[in-house]
Design a protein around this ligand. Structure first.
Ligand code: GLN
Length: 447
């Protein structure tokens, strides 16, 4: 049924870069046999899902949305891909994204932009826009995304779906193509909060192959889901309702806050005073780490190679010139500049210090409240083409999602209404490190 749905709608939505019909059907048949025998591999055995094309899949091309990895067929699965296979979930294919997850609209994909199922002239968000659109258009029951600065939460908000960025270290990054290693975190994107809980249950496992994977116990994410919010203190960070916010987006979010009060939560006004520095901090740290991570694409080891190059230096130069898109090049240059001798202390080191201040804002807030509730994006899904030539205005749409990654805490997006034009708005729930179960419970109460 999912494959038929893909056949029916994906020529319009364009969520998929690659559909693995054969692999998916074989997995579905094996699952069927297990279910008939009464021995399902997990609660989600047989549930078809898709993968952002940033996750390595053994034997199936993986491009990160870039020309430079065109034709790259990984010899191994990412840990989370292995976990999904072991749990019996058929993998339907690879979903579109901004090149190397750099972007907020899917328009930096080297292949084509994905369209928002709620209004196909608009972006589904990014960088996990293909994942969000596929879930929203009912092509898959769930998908994996990655979130470095909002790339799970913002597309979820733009498509009326649920997206969870777990605590840094909760889900393995092994075999996930690196963008900014100290910020990247994979997570589930689903139709409902209960589905997000079930999918996180499969993904959240300590992985010795990822040195930043946290050796912590995995709770039962579905157990407390229906616990409600009565008696909880929910902080409303005043810096997250700044000028420039679309009034219709703000109205939907304020409506959600009133609903939480009605459900028995207490709203508390809190301040995260360093929020105003998050954008500058992120757009230093992320490109710096990206410039280092992307140095491996040199035409020698993976994907594209400029075969006509004369000599090694020209091979590097021509391969990168042809293989990287404009946004990847911009970030490589920004990051290389920030890390160069003499500038390191002034930029990267300074940004790391501000990052600590941002993390301390959250620590202090969580001494007063159980979780924070806020908007995801200051704007509704914008038109494809609207911001593509203005990187700064694109970066500005990330203001409310970046601090969470800088602090390493978990964040979730749950649908909270629509603008007058019928465009989805998401509510953000932020929590203490490793408190995903509480975030899911808070989101579920509202759903
Ligand atoms: N939009 C942000 C960026 O371009 C976040 C992307 C992400 O989370 N991968 O860096």
């Amino acid at each position: 049924a999912c494959l038929e749905r893909i056949q029916g709608v994906d020529s319009t939505i364009r969520a998929f870069l690659r559909v693995d019909e054969k692999g998916a059907l074989a997995a579905a048949e094996a699952s069927d046999a297990r279910r008939r025998a009464g021995t399902p591999a997990s609660a989600l055995d047989g549930v078809p899902v898709g993968l952002k094309d940033l996750f390595l899949t053994e034997g199936l091309e993986t491009t990160a949305g870039s020309r430079i990895l065109e034709g790259f067929v990984p010899p191994m699965d990412a840990t989370v891909v292995r976990l999904l296979r072991e749990a019996g979930l058929p993998l339907l294919g690879k979903l579109n994204l901004d090149e190397f997850a750099m972007g907020s609209s899917n328009e930096s994909s080297a292949y084509f932009p994905t369209h928002n199922p709620w209004d196909v002239t608009r972006t589904p968000g990014g960088s996990s826009g293909g994942s969000a659109a596929a879930v929203a258009a009912r092509e898959v029951y769930g998908a994996l995304g990655t979130d470095t600065g909002g790339s799970i939460r913002q597309p979820a908000a733009f498509t009326n779906t649920v997206g969870l960025k777990p605590t840094y270290g909760r889900v393995s990054r092994y075999g996930v193509i690196a963008y900014a290693s100290s910020l990247d975190q994979p997570g589930p994107m689903t139709r409902t909060v209960a589905d997000a809980a079930a999918l996180l249950q499969v993904l959240a496992k300590h992985d010795p192959l990822d040195s930043t994977s946290a050796p912590v116990k995995t709770p039962d994410y579905s157990a407390e889901l229906e616990g409600g919010v009565r008696g909880l203190k929910l902080g409303v960070p005043r810096e997250y309702f700044a000028e420039g916010m679309d009034p219709e987006v703000e109205a939907a979010v304020r409506g959600a806050l009133r609903e939480y009060e009605r459900l028995g939560a207490t709203l508390v006004d809190v301040s995260l005073p360093h929020t105003q520095y998050a954008l500058a901090t992120y757009y230093l740290i992320a490109p710096a780490e990206a410039s280092s991570n992307l140095a491996r694409y040199d035409g020698v080891r993976y994907g594209l190679r400029a075969k006509d190059a004369k000599g090694l230096k020209e091979l590097y130069a021509l391969t990168r010139e042809r293989g990287f898109g404009a946004e990847a090049k911009r970030r490589i240059m920004l990051g290389t500049y920030a890390l160069s001798a003499g500038y390191y202390d002034a930029y990267y080191l300074r940004a790391q210090k501000v990052r600590t201040l941002i993390r301390e804002d959250f620590t202090r807030a969580f001494q007063q409240v159980d979780a924070l509730v806020a908007p995801i994006s200051p704007v509704a899904p914008f038109k494809l083409g609207e911001k593509v030539n203005d990187p700064l205005s694109m970066y500005l749409t990330d203001v409310y999602t970046l601090p969470c990654n800088l602090a390493g805490v978990p964040g979730l997006s749950v649908p909270c209404g629509f603008t007058n034009a019928g465009l989805p708005v998401g509510l953000q729930v932020l929590g203490r490190a490793f408190d995903e179960a509480l975030l899911l419970r808070i989101a579920r109460a509202f759903e």
